[in-house]
Design a protein around this ligand. Structure first.
Ligand code: BGC
Length: 628
């Protein structure tokens, strides 16, 4: 009996030993092998069926996704940070972008298309085959692509006040963007700048909420009206343009990425209306700004993102953070990720370290710091846009070189330039140029400089100073072409003319700012350069009358100089079609542009109030809406 018992006992021990051993081996195998092999959904999975309603497809796809796949969809990566194209599939990335300046080797339209296509293919080669979003800042046409039409920057479009034109510009931009296969544009910009010291004034249509509401919605309608998929991104939510000088959290900047001062009252009366209108026009994503609100970065502000934008405004699309914006939230990357996702950010423009993001967010969910329901909501929003745009059901747009920089689009851009010009002074009706004028001298740094004309976000983030943009027309070239053989046109950038004692009938000084983007353009005193002022002075000596054309991203402080000039024209940043300037100077088209924001007289007035007065109560050099 005793022996029998001990025999059974030892057998049980052995059995337990073997079972433990098998268990340990299985665990080891799993660790070595990673997650268990996931099966691909069948061809008849509901989410693959284009005939089913979008919400049903989203629900079905979401139910098949692992946590890792869901988190991958929430990651937006700068294309130069993708270590290996296989990572797009490995991490199931939701989107890639070309941060301004991140381009294929020779930035030709064809290269853009084939680069983007490779990324798309990599994304579709996953078990769930979820298509990728590819984003670019086509904020004044598809400016990063060589040969594309470069439209005036938004501030010039704002001066036109023309909704029909705006819709057409949006449509043309979408066509050129889609022609390179790109399906997401970080536009329109709905910022409301009231301080010309800010380096992003020109990205906005103006400082007037009603104007921006009208034009932002029109641009969005145009952008989304094409046949190809296109996602718009309204930016920068919210209160950008109302930051205090010296409040930037970026040590290199003064006002960009600073603290918004407007508060709740301005939020409702001023900041939100443009968003409401553009959302109603169909905008599918909203980008949150890098500014702070009540001391907190917007990306961490649940009230603004979840309660106001998604709740009150009923926004059903997805919210994307701006460049590295989530990690600007204090507390370290892990805490910042938790705060941003819980605040309502759906897709994170990391834009670099995706491995770390996936790891952090996975742990945050496992530890219960981010509810899985929040992840499901974020991913559903992203997927809904991808389904609604038809990205699951069709091939990405094919390469359409004939669309890029087409004659039709260039003509539209030229029209936009002509309509954007604002005459601020016109003594003795020197403009339009009298047909009796037979000699013209042209000077100034911006006369023969398409790089200055186009400003930043043109091939490079900070733009490129100089005449280099292929297939473009400088303002000088436009003047020469229009003047024709009957008028002698002399040009010297610095205004040094031979026979200067013999005066020309007219001098045209085309002066202005060299390109800048974002906080790198923050300037305490936005004024003309000494070189340009000297060129104007020389031109004045050698010409009977002088017209000054300012090419700039914002009003410049010119009060002291203005009395010396016969005429002043604000040309903003007209882009590739400089001939539009000559169209108006010579009277082929009428001057119709109006100031989309007040033109201050001196620096002490800054920032200008929302009512359009100096902060010292004084009046502007030219009020908003002014234009002769
Ligand atoms: C800008 C955004 C832009 C993003 C992607 C950021 O630096 O603030 O306006 O869309 O970069 O290029």
């Amino acid at each position: 009996m005793q022996r029998w018992h001990s025999l059974v006992y030892s057998r049980v021990l052995w059995l337990m030993f073997f079972l433990t051993l098998i268990g340990v081996l299985l665990v080891l195998m799993l660790i070595v092998k990673g997650e268990p092999e996931l099966v691909s959904p069948p061809a008849n999975a509901p989410y693959k069926n284009a005939a089913l309603p979008v919400d049903l497809r989203v629900e079905d796809l979401l139910s098949r996704m692992t946590l890792k796949e869901k988190i991958g969809q929430m990651a937006l990566i700068e294309k130069n940070s993708v270590k290996d194209n296989e990572d797009i599939a490995t991490y199931g990335l939701g989107g890639l972008l070309s941060g301004s300046g991140a381009k294929p080797a020779d930035t030709s339209p064809e290269d853009w298309h084939s680069m983007v296509s490779e990324y798309y293919d990599a994304a579709r080669a996953t078990r769930l085959s979820i298509p990728l979003l590819y984003g670019s800042d086509a904020i004044h046409g598809h400016g990063h692509v060589l040969g594309a039409t470069v439209f005036p920057h938004a501030i010039g479009l704002g001066a036109t006040g023309d909704e029909v034109l705006m819709e057409a510009v949006g449509r043309a931009t979408a066509k050129e963007v889609a022609a390179t296969g790109i399906n997401w544009n970080y536009a329109p910009n709905l910022d409301l700048p009231r301080d010309i010291r800010w380096g992003r004034v020109y990205e906005a249509f103006g400082d007037d909420s009603q104007l921006v509401t009208r034009l932002g919605a029109a641009y969005t309608r145009g952008l989304l009206s094409g046949e190809q998929p296109m996602v718009a991104s309204l930016k920068h939510f919210v209160g950008l343009g109302d930051m205090a000088w010296n409040s930037s959290t970026n040590k290199n900047f003064k006002i960009d990425q600073g603290a918004t001062t407007g508060g709740e009252a301005q939020l409702r009366s001023t900041y939100l209306p443009p968003y409401k209108a553009a959302i109603a026009a169909g905008a599918q994503s909203v980008m949150v700004g890098l500014n702070t609100w009540d001391g907190t970065k917007i990306a961490a502000n649940k009230y603004l993102i979840t309660d106001v934008l998604k709740g009150e405004l009923g926004f059903k699309g997805f919210v994307v953070s701006d460049w590295y914006g989530v990690y600007e939230i204090p507390g370290g990357d892990f805490v910042a990720t938790v705060k941003a996702v819980n605040a309502g950010v759906d897709m994170v423009m990391l834009p670099f370290a995706y491995e770390a993001f996936v790891r952090d967010l996975t742990w945050a969910v496992r530890l219960g710091l981010v509810p899985e329901a929040r992840i499901d909501d974020a991913v559903s929003r992203i997927l809904r846009v991808k389904f609604a745009e038809g990205l699951f059901d069709r091939e990405p747009a094919t390469f359409a070189p004939e669309v890029i920089g087409s004659k039709e689009h260039r003509a539209l851009a030229r029209e936009a330039v002509a309509k954007s010009l604002v005459v601020l002074k016109n003594e003795g009706n020197v403009l339009p140029i009298n047909p009796t004028v037979r000699s013209i001298r042209v000077a100034g740094s911006a006369a023969d400089n398409v790089g200055m004309q186009s400003g930043a976000w043109t091939v490079e983030w900070q733009g490129i100073d100089g005449s280099w943009l292929p297939q473009s027309t400088s303002i000088l070239a436009g003047i020469k072409a229009r003047a024709g053989s009957g008028v002698a046109v002399e040009y010297d950038g610095a205004g040094n003319f031979k026979n200067s004692a013999q005066k020309a009938a007219l001098g045209i000084a085309v002066v202005g700012e060299t390109p800048y983007a974002e906080g790198w353009g923050d300037r305490e005193y936005p004024i003309l350069s000494d070189a340009d002022l000297a060129a104007i002075a020389r031109l004045k000596e050698s010409s009977e009358r002088v017209v000054v054309v300012i090419v700039s991203g914002r009003p410049l402080l010119v009060t002291g100089e203005l009395p010396k000039w016969d005429a002043l024209v604000a040309a903003w940043l007209p882009g590739s079609e400089g001939a539009g300037v000559a169209d108006v100077l010579f009277g082929d088209k009428k001057f119709t542009g109006r100031l989309p924001l007040p033109w201050p007289a001196y620096a002490e007035q800054l920032p200008v109030t929302r009512e359009g007065e100096g902060s010292d109560g004084s009046t502007m050099l030219f009020p908003r809406g002014f234009g002769l």
